[in-house]
Every structure is written in structure tokens, then in C-alpha cells.
Design a protein around this ligand. Structure first.
Ligand SMILES: *Cc1c(COP(=O)(O)O)cnc(C)c1O
Length: 454
């Protein structure tokens, strides 16, 4: 047993120094940086433990007590525990914890509720929606007849448009959820529209499930039929996903839970990842503790404080603020297509976030005019409102430095060379170098893990 207790460090160091060195570098990168990608987080050592456990050795196709392989008493126990905890945490009668990740979970929802060619409605991708909600190059936009809805010029979801499109197109399935939306989702309003046209209403709370679990965002449970979520974003668990069915969903379709389970297995997947299931069980156990409520509320407090700090520094935000863990910076006051400069310059300054389209983006999705950032990971590291002035100040300094100096050429054939020049110049930029030094000093006060000594 004592060997297993040190499984994080000792075996890999001895048997594979190459991978061990890369992991060590990744720990250094994470430790010395401010992680602001809103879909990332820092999981507990207990979650890492479960994820690295011997459950990775097991095959257990099927569901608890109904497996196609032997030796599943412990796999059953851990999956049943994860299911019980999910039901308790979100207040739902049914949960499936087997989807490999968020996209396969959403695929299972389509498989359970629609036939190829059926009309589906979701939040348009360039407006902040997810690929799996009907985007044209994704399976969801190829196999189903996708009718996307949008946000208004002010950045808020356009409920009038949803109502009109739903009446005209009579969708089979309506989604609410996004990957880049900074306001509370109108679950109740969209749920009503879906009910009126006889559609299934699925909410995808991948980004905000930790906030919902901790009471820092309105729950979709009273309004949705189906709820999907990843487990690795604000919920702070392993990469994975869950699909839940509500009382409302079971009333609409008493077979819905069964349809979902059958869509996941044998419809789309083979054996579940039991090590991931064990880690999801640990995650849900953590989320049921009172400290998690505090964490969820702190994420939003930090996000609001960071939004205020950015605006104080003259930075423009989509919707002028945030209700959740996420902020969308609108860089158009400096010109169009500036997201790439900001993302890459901040990367050099040890601040990680991602370029993102903004509503009615004047540039292309590949060179968008905004950046997206969020507070789940830095909140886990212990940063509070007081620290957001520093974080916002660093971001604003780098934005002003690169956005006033660089502009993508109109001629597309010149972009590659221009970016090459940009990349070589920012390596020697003194403002970026100064911010990086300050960030490294700052992060020493907020260790990533206190007990991991690679
Ligand atoms: C992240 C995300 C997903 C997909 O999750 P993956 O695990 O990356 O497949 C689905 N929907 C929304 C809204 C997301 O934000």
C-alpha cells in the first residue's frame, strides 16, 4: 500500500524521466501563471488520486448490477455513489455519469430525443454557443436541421427571436447554454417557449454547473427536461460529463431517463472510464460540502471585482459586466481582430486566456475581436476581490501595449508574415517582461498545491 500512496511521484520519475520532466514543466507553468481560461480549474489532490487509481484497469460495460464483465462490485459501488451524489447535489431524479466528456454527453441527448434531419435550436457559435448546439461543421449541424438563435447587439440572448424561430420551425429539441456568455441564462423563459412548441428542453450547464451546485447561479432544474454538464469546469473535477433528467422531463416523457441511458450505452459508448467515475464521485462529494458554496460565490465576487478593475482601466466589456465566472473583453475600441495579439502577449506574461468572438464581431472567428477570461481557477488558488486590482491592471497594461502597436493587415496573404514579426518583437517587449516578473512574484503567495513536491 505504501507504494501506492506515492504513486504521483516515484514510479514515473524512475521509469519515464522524459514524461516526468514534461509533467514537472507543466506544474511549473501552472504554478507561475494566472490561469484565466474560464473552462479550466485546479482539482484537489483527492480528485487526482481517484483519477490515478487502479480503476483505470477495469472494464465495466453496462450499468451498475447490469454489467457485461465480471469483477465489478467495486466499479458498481463507485458509480452508484457518484449517481447518488449527483442526484442529491442538483436535486434531480436521474443521473448518468458515464459520458466521456461534454461533447459526447450532448451527442447522447440528440441520439435519445431526435432522428437525423429533425429540427433543433441552439445558441449560435459565434454568439457564444457551443459547437454541439448545431454548429454547421459539427455532427449536430450536419445530422440535424439546425436553426440557431443569437444574442442582441447589447450581448443578451434574444428571447423574441427564439420565440419567433420556435413557432416557425417547430423544433424537436431546444438548447440553452453557452461557452461564452456572461449573464444569467433565461432558463424559465426559453423553457416556456420549448414547452409551447412541444420540444424537449435541454440545458447545457457545462460552464456554470459549479455555480449552480453552490447556489451562485439560478438552477435550471425546474424548467429543463434534460441537463448536461461537464465535470471539469466550475464543478472542479476530472474531465468528464453527466446527463441528468428532471421531474419535469419524466413528466413530459416517462421513458426519457431510459432513452438517455441507452443513448450513452450501448448507443454511443463502450466501457465507462471507471477511474473518471471515481474522480467524479470525489468531486461531487466535495461540491456537497458547505465550503463549496463559499467557493462558488467567491468565483462570482472575484469575477465582478475583476470586471470592475478592467473597466476602471478603460477596458470595454461585452454587456458592461458579468453575472457569472466569465468576462468577455471587447477590443474593438482599438480596431478589429485584436484578440490574437492580446492572447499571445498575455501568454508571454504568464497570464492565460483565449481569443474569442464578440457579438456582431467585425472580424473573422479565426481572428476575433475579443478575449474571454474567468475566475474559477484563480479563485481555487485563493485569490479574493482585493487581488483583482492587480490582475486587472496587468491585463489592461498588456492590452494597451499591443493593441495600440499592432493591427492585422487587411490583405489576408500578409497575415502570416505580420504575426511572425509580432511574435519576434513581443519577446523583447519591456512592458510584457515587467508584467511577467510581477506575475511570477505574485503567484508565489498562492501555491498551486502545497503538498506536491515534484
Ligand atoms: C465545454 C463545453 C462543452 C464540451 O465539453 P468537452 O468536454 O470539451 O467536450 C459542451 N457544452 C458547453 C456549453 C461547454 O462549455
Amino acid at each position: 500500500m505504501s507504494n501506492l500512496e506515492t504513486f504521483f511521484r516515484e514510479p514515473i520519475k524512475k521509469t519515464d524521466p522524459e514524461v516526468s520532466a514534461i509533467v514537472k514543466n507543466e506544474i511549473k507553468r501552472m504554478s507561475e501563471g494566472l490561469e484565466l481560461i474560464p473552462s479550466e480549474n485546479v482539482v484537489s489532490l483527492a480528485v487526482l488520486n481517484a483519477l490515478g487509481s487502479v480503476f483505470t484497469n477495469k472494464y465495466s460495460e453496462g450499468y451498475p448490477k447490469k454489467r457485461y464483465y465480471g469483477g465489478n462490485e467495486n466499479a458498481d459501488a463507485v458509480e452508484l455513489l457518484a449517481i447518488e451524489r449527483a442526484k442529491k447535489l442538483f436535486g434531480v431524479p436521474h443521473a448518468n455519469v458515464q459520458p466521456y466528456s461534454g461533447s459526447p454527453a450532448n451527442q447522447a441527448v440528440y441520439f435519445a430525443t431526435c432522428k437525423p434531419g429533425d429540427v433543433i435550436m441552439g445558441h449560435n457559435l459565434p454568439d457564444g454557443g457551443h459547437l454541439t448546439h448545431g454548429w454547421k461543421v459539427n455532427f449536430s449541424g450536419s445530422y440535424y436541421h439546425s436553426v440557431p438563435y443569437h444574442v442582441k447587439a447589447d450581448g443578451y440572448i434574444d428571447l423574441e427571436e427564439i420565440k419567433k424561430l420556435a413557432m416557425e420551425n417547430k423544433p424537436k429539441l431546444v438548447w440553452c447554454g453557452a461557452t461564452a456568455y456572461t449573464r444569467e441564462f433565461p432558463f424559465e423563459e426559453i423553457g416556456k417557449i420549448a414547452d409551447e412548441v412541444g420540444a424537449y428542453f435541454a440545458t447545457d450547464i457545462a460552464h456554470i454547473s459549479g455555480l449552480v451546485a453552490g447556489g451562485a447561479h439560478k438552477s435550471p432544474v425546474p424548467y429543463a427536461d434534460i441537463i448536461t454538464t461537464t465535470t471539469h469546469k466550475t464543478l472542479r473535477g476530472p474531465r468528464g460529463a453527466m446527463i441528468m433528467v428532471t421531474e419535469k422531463g419524466l413528466k413530459k416523457d416517462p421513458e426519457l431517463a431510459d432513452k438517455i441511458d441507452k443513448a450513452v450505452f450501448p448507443g454511443l459508448q463502450g466501457g465507462p472510464h471507471d477511474h473518471q467515475t471515481a474522480a467524479i464521485a470525489v468531486t461531487l462529494g466535495e461540491a456537497l460540502k458547505p465550503e463549496f458554496k463559499e467557493y462558488a460565490h467567491q468565483i462570482v465576487k472575484n469575477s465582478r471585482a475583476l470586471a470592475a478593475a478592467l473597466m476602471k482601466n478603460g477596458i470595454k466589456l461585452v454587456t458592461n459586466g458579468t453575472d457569472n465566472h466569465m468576462i468577455l473583453i471587447d477590443l474593438t475600441p482599438y480596431g478589429k481582430g485584436k484578440g490574437i495579439f492580446v492572447q499571445e502577449a498575455l501568454d508571454l506574461a504568464n497570464i492565460t486566456l483565449n481569443k474569442n468572438t464578440i457579438p456582431a464581431d467585425p472580424a473573422s472567428p479565426f481572428y476575433p475581436s475579443g478575449v474571454r477570461l474567468g475566475t474559477p481557477a484563480i479563485t481555487t488558488r485563493g485569490l479574493k476581490e482585493a487581488e483583482m486590482d492587480f490582475v486587472g491592471g496587468c491585463i489592461a497594461r498588456v492590452i494597451k501595449e499591443v493593441c495600440t502597436k499592432y493591427q492585422l493587415p487587411e490583405d489576408k496573404t500578409q497575415i502570416k508574415d505580420y504575426l511572425k514579426k509580432f511574435r519576434s518583437e513581443i519577446k523583447n517587449n519591456s512592458v510584457i517582461a515587467q508584467v511577467k516578473q510581477e506575475v511570477i512574484e505574485f503567484t508565489k503567495k498562492f501555491p498551486l498545491y502545497t503538498t506536491l513536491d515534484y
